[in-house]
Design a binder for this molecule. Structure first.
Ligand code: SAM
Length: 288
């Protein structure tokens, strides 16, 4: 009989967030595959767990996955953990999961902390429809291209980001997504947990010149029409009503609102203008 691959979520800062089930399974498995064995050994010894560990990280994922699936097929029970949070979520693990499924090995997830869900739940932004974008590309051009693609997504966007890139990312997000509601969640579940809330422009000023430290999740609310669509759970909102609601809400002129709406929809300003005129024409009562 093949063994089982357990995917075990571990705390993202506060050790009390480990589950009783995670502790039991970690005590029972034959082997713990970890992103960083030294890091995980500290966690295991904190809970007086003494199981053998083996490294499984982005640089040895391919060979290790094969080797570990061999052990699973031979009957071993293996736990996969990452340094923090849920394995596979911006962390290694995909290959061993895929391979296990393909070879008929049972894969059992043990739920627990994940920074994206922790941040989203307390963000106060629309949660019924969200898009996790992971880490943005480090290079400016690629990052901007990705953000420009994401401008079309009408859901709340969630990003992981490193402290030394966060200001650039917020600046680019402001530029390409528009000045949306946002939340920067820092050091979740730790002593200095912090939520910075406001529009992207507010975040940018709040980050100022100071050095940013700690682990970060950036959440950007949906474009205004997206938020309305989530609330109303109805069909798409017309460009005309988006522009009007932007003008009303942000006290901006029609051209600025149109530019923002165009950016959010991923269309050019002139295309948006044409669409607006045609929607206005259609909205005009007959005979006028
Ligand atoms: N697998 C993890 C999860 O489920 O959340 C994510 C691993 S990813 C390599 C690490 C990134 O997650 C960090 O750079 C940061 O963006 C985010 N993160 C992890 N722990 C966090 C925390 N305590 N507070 C805020 N963000 C955190």
């Amino acid at each position: 009989m093949p063994g089982t691959l357990y995917l075990i979520a571990t705390p993202i800062g506060n050790l009390e967030d480990i589950s009783l089930r995670a502790l039991r399974v970690l005590r029972e498995v034959d082997l713990v595959a970890c992103e960083d064995t030294r890091h995980t050994r500290k966690l295991l010894s904190h809970f007086q767990i003494n199981r053998p560990t083996v490294s499984y990280h982005e640089h040895n994922e391919r060979e290790r996955a094969e080797e570990l699936v061999g052990k699973l097929l031979a009957g071993a029970n293996i736990a996969l953990v990452s340094d923090a949070g849920t394995p596979l979520i911006s962390d290694p693990g995909y290959r061993i999961v895929r391979e296990s499924i393909d070879r008929g090995v049972a894969v059992v997830p043990l739920p627990g902390a994940s920074a994206l869900i922790t941040a989203l739940s307390a963000s106060g932004l629309a949660v019924s429809d969200f898009f996790f974008a992971g880490f943005l590309p480090a290079r400016g051009g690629a990052r901007r291209a990705r953000l420009s693609d994401l401008a079309r997504v009408r859901s709340t966007l969630i990003f992981y980001e490193s402290p030394h890139r966060i200001k650039e990312t917020v600046k680019d997000a402001l530029d390409l997504l528009g000045d949306r509601e946002s939340v920067l969640a820092r050091e979740l579940t730790k002593l200095h947990e912090q939520f910075m809330r406001g529009r992207l422009s507010d975040l940018l000023s709040a980050l100022g010149e100071a050095t940013v430290r700690g682990e970060l999740v950036l959440i950007v609310g949906p474009p205004p029409d997206g938020a309305q669509a989530q609330k109303a759970e109805s069909g798409p909102i017309s460009l005309l009503s988006e522009v009007e609601s932007l003008m009303e809400r942000d006290k901006i002129d029609q051209m600025t609102a149109l530019k923002r709406a165009a950016r959010g929809r991923g269309i050019s300003k002139s295309e948006a203008y044409r669409q607006l005129m045609s929607e206005r024409e259609q909205a005009r009562p007959e005979g006028e």
